[in-house]
Design a protein around this ligand. Structure first.
Ligand SMILES: [Zn+2]
Length: 385
C-alpha cells in the first residue's frame, strides 16, 4: 500500500506561502500521503484515488508542531525550586548548576530513557520535530555524551556548552574549553551551536567567541538572549546572521529594528514567563514590526518544565496579543524556519507528511480550549504513530 488519502477534512492548514492567507487554509479538503511525503492537497471533491482512505469526519488537520527549543537531556528533579519560586523566591541563571550535578551522575541509559519519555510526551501533544540541546554536562565528556543521547531522537541537536560557567572554572578558562576541546568532541554530534547570553551566564564577547568558533567548526548558530533583562544578545545574533535568537523578552526599539532587518527568527518561549512569573514577550509588537516569530517550549527542568506546544499557543494568544492564526503559524512554519527546515511545518506536495488530526472543527480550538488534549491522530513521515 503506497498511497493514503485523508478525506472529509473540514479545515486543512497547509501554511502554503503562495496562499493569500497566512495559514493557507483549504476547507472541505483532502490530503494524499505517498510513502513519507505529502503527494497532493486540495478540495476533497477533486482528490485522486488512493490505495487507502481515512475519513477525518469534518475535523481539522494541521502540520505537526516544530518545537525548535528544548533542553531534554538532564537528570534530577527541581520541583522544590519551583515551589520555592512560587512562594516568592526569584529565578536566577545559577539554578542550572543543580541539574548539572545530577546529569553528570546519571548513566547514559538513564539519560536516554528520560529523553525518550519526554519526546514521547511531546509526540502525544502533537510535536513531530524537536530540537534538543546539551548544556547540563559542562565537561568535555558530559557535553559530548549529552549530544550523543539527543542524536538518537533528532537531527536537530544543539551544542550548548556555554550554558553557564561550571563551579571551579573561571569564565576565561571555561570559554577556552568550550571553543576548544569541548567543541571538537561535540561538533560531530551537533547541527547547531548556542550560548546563554545573559547577566550571570555569558557576556556578548564570550557569546561571540563561542558562536564564531562553532560556526568555524561547521555548526549553525542560535542564541539565548534578552530573557532576564535588556542586553546585547539580540543585536549580536542579528549582526552574526544567526538563524534564530530565543527568548526576546526584554527588547529595545533597536533590537526590534535589528530583528526585522536581519531576518533572524525571534523565538518566543512563553512557558518560561508562565513558570517564572516574568513579564511575557510582546508578540504583537514583533509581528507588527515585521519580525519573523517562532514559538517553542524551552522544555527544561529549571525555568519551564512543560513539553506542550498547545500550551504555548494558548499563552501566545491569551497573554502576548497574537492571533490564533499567528500562533499556529509560529509553532509550525515558524519553528521550521527557526531550524532552517523547509520540509516540515508545511503541508504542500513534496513536504514531509508530518501532520495532526485535531479533535476539533478548527485550529482555533488549540487556543480556545486551553489544557484540553486535542490531538486525535499523528502521522510522522507518512506513518501513523
Ligand atoms: Zn533554553
Amino acid at each position: 500500500m503506497t498511497t493514503t488519502v485523508i478525506t472529509n477534512i473540514g479545515q486543512l492548514v497547509t501554511n502554503d506561502p503562495e496562499a493569500d492567507d497566512l495559514l493557507g487554509i483549504v476547507v472541505d479538503a483532502a490530503l494524499v500521503i505517498e510513502r513519507s511525503t505529502v503527494a497532493w492537497v486540495g478540495r476533497a471533491a477533486d482528490a485522486p484515488a488512493a490505495d487507502a482512505q481515512i475519513d477525518a469526519g469534518g475535523r481539522a488537520v494541521v502540520p505537526g508542531f516544530v518545537d525548535s527549543h528544548s533542553h531534554l537531556v538532564f537528570a534530577g528533579d527541581r520541583s522544590a525550586e519551583f515551589a520555592a519560586r512560587m512562594a516568592g523566591e526569584s529565578y536566577a541563571a545559577g539554578g542550572i548548576r543543580t541539574t548539572v550535578a545530577a546529569t553528570r551522575a546519571a548513566t547514559d541509559e538513564q539519560l536516554t530513557s528520560h529523553v525518550a519519555r519526554l519526546v514521547d510526551e511531546m509526540r502525544r501533544q502533537g510535536t513531530t520535530t524537536v530540537e534538543i540541546k546539551s548544556g547540563y554536562g559542562l565537561t568535555v565528556h558530559d557535553e559530548a555524551r549529552s549530544l550523543a543521547v539527543a542524536r538518537q531522537f533528532t537531527e536537530e541537536t544543539t551544542y550548548l556548552g556555554a550554558h553557564v560557567v561550571p563551579e571551579g572554572a573561571t569564565p576565561e578558562e571555561y570559554v577556552a574549553l568550550v571553543t576548544g576541546p569541548m567543541l571538537d568532541a561535540c561538533a560531530p554530534h551537533a547541527r547547531w551551536v548556542d550560548a546563554f547570553c545573559e547577566t550571570g551566564a555569558f557576556d556578548a564577547d564570550q557569546s561571540r567567541a563561542v558562536l564564531e568558533a562553532g560556526t568555524a567548526a561547521g555548526l549553525r548558530g542560535r542564541l539565548h538572549a534578552n530573557q532576564l533583562g535588556p542586553g546585547p544578545g539580540v543585536r549580536l545574533a542579528c549582526e552574526l546572521g544567526l538563524t534564530a535568537v530565543d527568548h526576546c523578552t526584554y527588547l529595545a526599539e533597536e533590537d526590534i529594528a535589528a530583528l526585522a532587518e536581519s531576518g533572524t527568527i525571534a523565538t518566543l518561549l512563553p512557558g518560561v514567563e508562565f513558570s517564572t512569573r516574568q513579564p511575557y514577550p510582546d508578540g504583537r509588537r514583533l509581528v507588527e514590526a515585521g519580525v519573523r516569530v517562532a514559538l517553542a517550549t524551552d522544555c527544561n527542568p529549571g525555568s519551564c518544565f512543560t513539553s506542550s506546544i498547545p500550551l504555548c499557543v494558548a499563552l501566545a494568544v491569551r497573554e502576548m496579543g497574537m492571533t490564533p492564526a499567528e500562533a499556529l503559524h509560529a509553532v509550525t512554519a515558524g519553528g521550521a524556519a527557526a531550524l532552517a527546515r523547509e520540509d516540515v511545518g508545511i503541508l504542500v506536495p513534496g513536504g514531509r507528511a508530518d501532520l495532526l488530526l485535531l479533535d476539533a472543527p478548527s485550529y482555533v480550538h488549540l487556543a480556545y480550549r486551553p489544557g484540553v488534549p486535542l490531538v486525535a491522530a499523528t502521522w510522522v513521515g507518512g506513518r501513523p504513530v
